[in-house]
Structure formats: C-alpha cells, structure tokens
Design a protein around this ligand. Sequence first.
Ligand code: GLU
Length: 282
Amino acid sequence: MEIVTRFAPSPTGYLHLGHAFAALTAWRRAREAGGRFLLRLEDIDPGRCRAEFAAAIEEDLAWLGLDWDGAVRVQSAHLPDYRAVLDGLAGRGLVYPCFCTRADIAREVAASAAAPHGPDGAPLYPGTCRRLPAAVRAARLAAGAPHALRLDMARALAAVPAPLSCEEAGEGRVHCDPARFGDAVLARKDAPASYHLCVTHDDAVQGVTLVTRGVDLRPATDLHRLLQALLGWPTPRYAHHALLTDAAGRRLAKRDQAATLRELRAAGMAPAELRARLSPAG
Ligand code: GLU
C-alpha cells in the first residue's frame, strides 16, 4: 500500500524546532517509501489562527527543503463538510447541544461526589445538557442560545463494534479507550468543528495511511478511532514520536519561546544543517 503522510500544523504562530522535527519525520517516512507527503493547515479556530502564519508555514517548510504533494488543504475552506458530518451524527442521536459555560461545568463538577478526569487532566463533562428535557433543549435552540456539540459517548460506544484498536508503530495492535474522553466536544461555541472531528475527517478524505505526530497527541487517537468506526472511515497506522526537548529535557513549545525557523534562518543556520540535526524519529 502506498504510504501517505501529512504535516498538519495550526497557523497560530511561526514554526519552531518541534514543528520542523514533526514535519521532517512525516516527510521522510513518505519520501523513503516513495509515497506522498501532504500539508494541511488546521485553521478552524478563528480566534487563534492568522493568515500571516499560514503563509509563513509554507515559506519556512520550503526553506527547510520540504516539498509536499498536491495543494495545501486549508480546513477553514471545508466547514460545510464538517457540518455535514455533525448533522449526520445528530441525525443518529449521537451528538447533543451543550449550553454550559465553563463556570457551569466547574460548579457542577464541584458539587458531584465523583468527578472522573480526562486524558488532559481536566474533569470530564458531567453530562448536564445530555439530561436536558427535550422541550427545554428545543426552546433554547429556538432562542438561538450559543452551544457546543458534544458526542454522547455511551451511545457512540454502543453504536460501534468493541473492542476498538489501532496499529501503533513498534507496538503492533493497541487497544483504544475513547470512553476516557467522556462526552467530547465535536463543535465549539466559537469554532464550527473541533480538532478531533476535523483531523479524523481530513485524514480519511485525504487518504492518509500513516499518521506521524507527537506523542502528546497519542491519547487523542483513541477518540479518533471511535469517530472512524462511527463514520465508516478507514483507520490509518499511527507512529507517535517523542517530542523534541531542550538540553534540560523540557519540551520545546511555542510558549517557551522555542527558536522559530525564521530566527534560525536569520541567524545564518543552513537548512541542510538543521535537517541533519533533527535526525529521524521512529
Ligand atoms: N494541528 C495539530 C497541531 O498543530 C496537529 C494535528 C495532528 O497531527 O494530528 O498540534
């Protein structure tokens, strides 16, 4: 089978070394196998993404010497597609509108005896809006109340064959446990679709066969596997790689002011030298 990989950054800032490592990993896996490497801009969050960063991503990758196949997929150009998927899930009774604010959820969680936590350490949504009487829900929707859309995890799990698993490089078949996400948000009040929905949809429609990405996104794969099962999408293979760290072993991230590719370029770094330094990941 042809290897198709992708690099899928969000244009919320300039690419830093961690991004370069992720991009190179995906690019190398494709090129070594004579496969295809795709570039996708995950820009569905209107509050955080900027066109200027999107343009910079292409420029920086080209400087690094990476080429991608076909046109860049820009998620914000595909909002009707994500909406259609959400409508389909709603039609099957698998998502519900959630009107809660963060404060509502915090209050509810504080009042409950047992508050399970999700993979990100935050308490799981307590299900308040799942239990809303139909008439209340309908009235709020009719009044145009802002709402997110949440996956009804129990119903979703009941709708797919169990157990779910996927192929992780170096480990073989691994078990997926999406339940630990609880009723995950698939569309936010302020963003038309969530990362989880868009990334899974796009990997499917773009024919991605090998998802390489940082190990920080590994837990999310369990939820993506559930969406694939619900929506009849193929499951790619996964290769989660370690995150680049600094000399002190700390993860490089934008908020830590990790060196951007632009700064390295301005400082005279040669792309070949940088590529050599960022040796292949698993
Ligand atoms: N857009 C995500 C990010 O920038 C990556 C998505 C993925 O590789 O699955 O963190």
